[in-house]
Design a protein around this ligand. Sequence first.
Ligand SMILES: NC(=O)c1ccc[n+]([C@@H]2O[C@H](COP(=O)([O-])OP(=O)(O)OC[C@H]3O[C@@H](n4cnc5c(N)ncnc54)[C@H](OP(=O)(O)O)[C@@H]3O)[C@@H](O)[C@H]2O)c1
Length: 244
Amino acid sequence: MNTDRIVLITGANKGIGLATARELARAGQTVLIGARDPQRGATAAAGLTAEGLDTRFVHLDVTDPTTVAAAAALITAEYGRLDTLVNNAGIARDWRRSPEELPVEAVRETYETNVFGAVTVINAMLPLLRESPAGLIGNVSSRLGGFAFLADPDSPVWEHATLLAYNSSKAALNAVTLVYARTLRGSGIKVGALEPGYCATDLNEHSGDATVEEGGRRIARQLAEAGAGPSGRFFAPEGGTYSW
Ligand SMILES: NC(=O)c1ccc[n+]([C@@H]2O[C@H](COP(=O)([O-])OP(=O)(O)OC[C@H]3O[C@@H](n4cnc5c(N)ncnc54)[C@H](OP(=O)(O)O)[C@@H]3O)[C@@H](O)[C@H]2O)c1
């Protein structure tokens, strides 16, 4: 994949999104740091700029269509196209809570960000992705949303198969990925589900065994693989692909 790409990453002010932004910018790509909080977003982008990287903050709350539309308008005016969209913004509200304890509002809130937010951003950015010679959408999913995992008592991470909102939202995101991959066949835009591995971040109370830097490297590698091969694949952190 060429390095001269315009990339938008949602939720890129910290965690895996920020690490992915650093990786892609180090590879020569222009990275737009999507963040819902202007202060946090501007600070993150300034940090990368101070490292000599080509990044800029773009205000974008995936649950607020007004900010998503404004971000699309800004990218249209400034760049005229988008080559890569990374739907990274995500939340987990059910960490260490059983399905019966979890208020349905928490499930709804999780879907608003992890599923409906991604759909909102994809639809807003599709006209820009169509202007790219090789458009790419990477949805940051999780193996915890894979049906193969959810149905496997022998999985090493089976203990996490109880996360009702998070896991089912990622399962829905996987279906969203396949529907767009199917719909965009022949358009030149590829769509894939990505998995950074279990990384220590705020999302999981820093319980992950990998660093965010490793997660960012994995997402960057998976994006390159997603762009180089068939659309509609679910990439595994250690290489290769998962079954859905
Ligand atoms: N950590 C893991 O082990 C792991 C494994 C598999 C997949 N993932 C996925 O990786 C992605 C990144 O997670 P992370 O672990 O890096 O978590 P994190 O450190 O908590 O970062 C989440 C990011 O998403 C942003 N965000 C949340 N709601 C948003 C919204 N409505 N609009 C825009 N941005 C929003 C957060 O912004 P604020 O700072 O404003 O809250 C933050 O920048 C998520 O999709 C997660 O499900 C993580």
